[in-house]
Design a protein around this ligand. Structure first.
Ligand code: CP
Length: 301
């Protein structure tokens, strides 16, 4: 296994399957997370330079469950506010004995940090619009929980794909498996990078895209990443690209509905979020188990 998890491409197919299987060990029969004092001598720093609820909290819970000391680094109350760079910041944590840095950053800095600080382990918790490997792992675990396999599935991803690090890492991960189809859908101006994809196909008509789908992943519009807001009429957008109960009828009856969160209820109705098909809340819980597996493997070197 690689020293750092910077991209899902750092993992082989067998390593992906191993991490998913290993993560199941951290959930007991009642669905609670096991607390194991496996790494009492390790210190993990959670360094988030972009907002997060699920990823940051689940890494902190996962590290705590494994017996690690956890530094919940608050960038807004740190010396970054006095002009210190991210490199100086993480180097300072390294010098103070932090073993593993979980980093979310709007820019591609993690590779350079990992190269500069070889004694520290780095886990990517979100790199701009580029990648989010542990999200891809928890998404693949959630699919396996419901479909038993990552092979043979009709998968649809719909929404603001251009800004979605969730999509790019998921596509890299799922490309290790023999899916039946992988269909990208969404407003053409939010899917400019997916209209001639190297794998899968683009279908701008969401109802056609959903036909017989096994897995439907919905994504919010990431307004915070647009250089210029699109001139969108919200009701027209919802008519075309909001996953409603009516549109869901085009998918298979046992299709699972996914969303990495946070949900804005523009891309999905509350009724679909709350439906039996929705596994969105399970994705959140799976984040803890997957991150316990990732931290265990990468802290073990
Ligand atoms: N899915 C995800 O990354 O959520 P957060 O931004 O809340 O961490």
């Amino acid at each position: 296994m690689a020293k750092n998890l910077l991209s899902i491409k750092d993992l082989s197919k067998d390593e992906i399957l191993d991490l998913i299987k290993f993560s199941n060990n951290f959930i007991d029969d009642e669905g609670n997370f096991r607390k194991e004092d496996l790494f009492p001598d390790k210190t993990v720093a959670n360094v988030f330079c972009e907002p997060s609820t699920r990823t940051k909290s689940s890494f902190a819970i996962a590290a705590g469950n494994l017996g690690c000391s956890v530094i919940d680094f608050n960038i807004d109350n740190s010396s970054v506010q006095k002009g210190e760079s991210i490199f100086e910041t993480v180097d300072a944590l390294n010098l103070m004995g932090v073993d593993l840095c979980v980093l979310r950053h709007p820019e591609s800095v993690i590779q350079e940090l990992a190269d500069a600080l070889p004694k520290m382990v780095f886990i990517n918790a979100g790199e701009g619009s580029i990648s989010h490997p542990t999200q891809a792992l928890l998404d693949m675990k959630t699919i396996m929980d419901h479909k038993n396999s990552l092979d043979g599935l009709k998968i649809v991803i719909v929404g603001d794909l251009d800004h979605s690090r969730v999509t790019s890492s998921f596509v890299e991960g799922i490309s290790n498996f023999s899916f039946d189809s992988l269909t990208f859908s969404g407003h053409p101006e939010m899917c400019t990078n997916y209209q001639s994809p190297s794998i899968g196909n683009y279908e701008p008509d969401m109802e056609k895209a959903l036909q017989d789908a096994d897995v439907v992943m919905t994504l919010r519009i990431q307004h915070e990443r647009f250089k210029e807001e699109l001139n969108l009429d919200l009701e027209t957008y919802k008519n075309a690209y909001q996953l409603s109960s009516e549109k869901l009828e085009h998918a298979k009856g046992d299709a699972i509905i996914m969303h990495p969160g946070p949900v804005n209820y523009v891309e999905i109705t509350e009724a679909v979020y709350d439906s039996e098909n929705s596994v969105i809340r399970q994705q959140i819980a799976n984040g803890v188990a997957i991150r316990m597996a990732v931290l265990s493997r990468f802290l073990s070197g």
